[in-house]
Write a protein that binds this ligand. Structure first.
Ligand code: PLZ
Length: 465
């Protein structure tokens, strides 16, 4: 008779006996290829994944990670990959960042959950206090904590509707706001985010974005804003709009940086009509673009701001922060959720924010932007398929195009990305046309690793020419 076991048949013999892997900045900061990518152990694990994980959940790079830190991810085959993705702009402070890991461990030993709506605790209030101090504007603010970016966006809309008594929500072309029903409606791109999942929430209206590279004729930021305003005034009516929700730099939509003056003009117009301006800084926030928030760049002060991703060094946490009189127009009990502002996630956020301050990560993001921008422009000089180099700080991208200098070329972008993966550099793509290569390194990555990573990116363009 086989020995009694709680391990189901076929489960791999990991765990017991083998020492727990240690990540964080102490990991050797190197690119090291021990096997082909993905290696044999990752391939085995992918086969197991396919037996148990839903097909709808995709994988960009099928290597199973064992430890990560600084600028590297180490996989189960002993490969060390340079991370230019940060888990989609999350681990700006680095993976397993010491202050995050220490605070998480201490909090997990103290208590893991009470539900803030049942019995409160300091960590939640501390995070809200930090959000008041760090987000744009020095007015009186309040925050509500949630679990995911999409949930933060949903709550911002709830607050804006409660405050204004209006129902319409304005968003822009190429926007990405999440995968829940309301945020799918707000997201522009059908495949893969919305396809086959309708019907979607109503009262969501889309205005044209400022997308300098794709304007048929050059247009200034304020003029592009007036174009958007005209659509909203004629097709919805300012008096019906509860809010305008916009990413100050588009994330999933292609790292589109609107022309100067676009956001300030929208700020003016929304203020004049009592429309709540919601900045979705879920991807751009927390030092990524070289300021604490991307709105800071042009001094735009939104009424509400949604944050997530970078806020907590990898733990799930999100927030809506905004003017006290707007936030507090919601009735008691109207906002919440079982896990929103979980104490372990709040501890992680406090550790992450401490790291950002101590290491001046906004300045580091600006330095990364200078280095990466130079490397990308050098590639663009040699390869006509790079139609545009854009971004800000540690949120940079290239748009890959055809010989005509304009038509999107997603196949080439995918080939460049695949080359990088095979050579130990984690890269991501994005964009409505799938033709944008985006670079989101952890802000704590060294210049040496960044330089090596962009040597590989440059080779990838040569090799796929
Ligand atoms: N708003 C601006 O970037 C998340 C999505 C990845 P959640 N972006 C990554 C994917 O394919 O699901 C995002 C964002 C902006 C909202 C969200 C949604 O944040 O935490 O994924 O819900």
């Amino acid at each position: 008779m086989p020995p009694a076991s709680t391990t189901p048949a076929g489960a791999p013999a990991t765990g017991a006996g083998s020492p727990a892997p240690v990540g964080g900045p102490g990991l050797p900061q190197e690119r090291r290829l021990a096997t082909e990518i993905p290696g044999p152990r990752s391939k085995e694990k992918m086969a197991r994944r396919d037996r148990f994980v839903a097909t709808g959940v995709s994988t960009t790079l099928p290597v199973f990670v064992e430890a990560a830190g600084g600028g590297v991810l180490v996989d189960v085959d002993g490969n060390s990959l340079i991370d230019l993705g940060s888990g989609i702009a999350v681990v700006g402070v680095g993976n397993a960042a010491p202050r995050v890991a220490e605070r998480v461990a201490a909090q997990a030993r103290a208590f893991t959950h009470t539900c803030f709506m049942v019995t409160p605790y300091d960590g939640y209030v501390d995070v809200c206090e930090q959000l008041s101090a760090l987000t744009p504007g020095d007015h009186d603010k309040r925050s509500a904590l949630l679990n995911s970016g999409a949930e933060a966006v949903e709550n911002a809309v709830k607050v804006a509707r409660a405050h204004t008594g209006r129902s319409a929500v304005a968003v822009v072309d190429h926007a990405y706001h999440g995968r829940t029903n309301l945020t799918m409606a707000m997201t522009a791109k059908s495949m893969p985010y919305k396809h086959s999942f309708g019907p979607f929430a109503n009262e969501v209206y889309r205005a044209p974005m400022s997308y300098p590279f794709r304007e048929p004729v050059p247009i200034t930021g304020p003029a592009a804003a007036d174009r958007a305003i005209d659509v909203l005034e004629k097709q919805v009516g300012a008096a019906n709009l509860a809010c305008l929700v916009i990413e100050p730099i588009l994330g999933e939509g292609g790292f589109v940086v609107p022309a100067d003056g676009f956001l300030p003009r929208l700020r003016e117009w929304t203020a004049a009509h009592g429309i709540v301006l919601v900045a979705d800084e879920i991807q751009t926030g927390f030092c990524r673009t070289g300021d604490w928030f991307a709105c800071d760049h042009e001094g735009v002060v939104p009424d509400l701001i949604t944050t997530a991703k970078g806020i907590a060094g990898g733990l799930p946490l999100a927030a809506v922060t905004g003017r006290a009189e707007i936030m507090d127009s919601v009735h008691v009990g109207g906002l919440g959720g079982t896990y929103g502002g979980n104490p372990v996630a709040c501890a992680a956020a406090l550790g992450a924010i401490e790291t950002m301050r101590e290491q001046d990560l906004p300045a580091r993001a600006r330095a990364i932007g200078t280095l990466v921008g130079e490397r990308l422009r050098a590639i663009a000089d040699r390869h006509a398929c790079v139609g545009d180099v854009r971004g800000r700080g540690a949120m940079m991208a290239v748009e890959v195009v055809d010989e005509d200098g304009r038509s999107p070329h997603p196949v080439r972008a995918a080939a460049v990305s695949a080359y990088c993966h095979a050579h130990g550099v984690v890269t991501l793509t994005c964009g409505t046309y799938g033709n944008v290569l985006r670079f989101l390194p952890p802000l704590v990555i060294s210049d040496a690793l960044l330089t090596e990573a962009f040597d590989v990116v440059a080779e990838a363009f040569d090799a796929t020419a």
